[in-house]
Design a protein around this ligand. Structure first.
Ligand code: ATP
Length: 307
């Protein structure tokens, strides 16, 4: 019995870890290179959202952060995302956009300043309740070697088949799945059937819908696609957001994809350079307008080259 007990308990641990890691995968993939040292406060409470508003208000208050003490990444960033609104964060590569997401997930704590969700400091709440309130659609969605149903379920064992189908319909990938040889039971991923980049992102969107979190974070979710498939996916995302009415945050490269946001935050060298709506920022004649004109110019050039 003694001999058996050890491997059994070991297997139980491995199984638990495996399930946990499946659930945490969305986080892991979008937050690569992260070795978190965060520990939960003793007596941490559950994050509790104001039920009168759908979505939760996010507030970054004078946030300073660097991965290494001698290299500051964020230098006094403050902004508010009102509950139910759509906010986009844009800026040059490496300016700290994804770092904001890592801080929101509490993979790190700010060196100075605080992050609040509905007036609760995220340092004071349990990590599980914090992360259960945020769904992420990352840039590159990794599929694991299993059925498409399991890939959408994503370790959430209590989710029913009907819920999987409903989420896939909302993410507009249901018809494509029904055309696969074994429909929802088709093996995809490493050794199974390969999905296109767009289909993978629709799987990620289905996962986010199933998570049913009040805050949705799109981290360059469409930027690996060509502009035509990008438009199709954006339309689906907009339809999902209209129905949910939650709070949404977008990190984006192509400004065209977020020009309808309620507020656009332009980060530069760890600080907010400008913020406002698309029209407001174009009138400002600053960094946003500069990036916009460059990208629009590139688009024209590509169109001319391909015609
Ligand atoms: P991109 O648009 O290229 O995705 P970004 O604005 O999202 O960039 P971040 O990923 O937030 O930028 O990274 C900001 C800076 O921090 C970059 O210079 C990056 O190299 C650095 N960085 C990111 N993750 C780590 C890490 N785990 N350890 C050390 N430095 C890091």
């Amino acid at each position: 019995i003694f001999q058996l007990a050890f491997p059994l308990s070991y297997l139980v641990t491995v199984y638990r870890e495996l399930r946990k890691s499946l659930i945490d995968m969305e986080t892991m993939f979008s937050l690569q290179r992260v070795h978190s040292t965060i520990v939960e406060q003793p007596g941490a409470t559950e994050l509790c959202l104001d039920s009168l508003t759908r979505g939760g208000e996010l507030r970054f208050e004078d946030v300073y952060f660097g991965y290494h003490a001698d290299r500051p990444i964020l230098r006094g960033v403050s902004f508010v995302v009102p509950a139910g609104k759509k906010v986009a964060i844009v800026g040059p590569s490496g300016c700290g956009k994804s770092t904001l997401l890592r801080l929101l997930f509490r993979f790190y704590d700010p060196a100075k300043g605080d992050v609040y969700i509905d007036n609760q400091n995220i340092r004071d709440v349990t990590l599980k309740s914090l992360r259960s309130h945020i769904a992420v659609v990352p840039q590159d969605t990794a599929l694991f070697n299993s059925t498409i149903k399991h890939n959408i379920q994503y370790g959430r064992v209590s989710v029913t088949e009907e819920q999987v189908v409903e989420a896939a319909k909302k993410a507009r990938i249901h018809d494509a799945i029904m055309a696969l040889p074994d429909k929802y039971e088709t093996k995809v991923g490493e050794r199974g059937l390969m999905l296109s980049g767009e289909e993978k992102q629709r799987v990620a969107l289905s996962r986010a819908i199933l998570k049913n979190a009040p805050i949705m974070f799109f981290d360059e979710a469409t930027s690996a696609l060509d502009s035509q498939t990008e438009q199709g996916l954006l339309q689906s995302i907009r339809a999902v957001l209209r129905e949910r009415q939650g709070t949404s945050l977008f990190i984006a490269h192509r400004l065209r994809t977020i020009s309808d946001a309620d507020e656009i935050i332009v980060l530069k060298e760890g600080k907010i350079a400008e913020c406002g709506t698309h029209d407001h920022l174009l009138k400002q004649n600053g960094l946003y307008r500069h990036i916009w004109e460059n990208q629009e110019g590139e688009g024209r050039f590509q169109n001319e080259a391909s015609s």
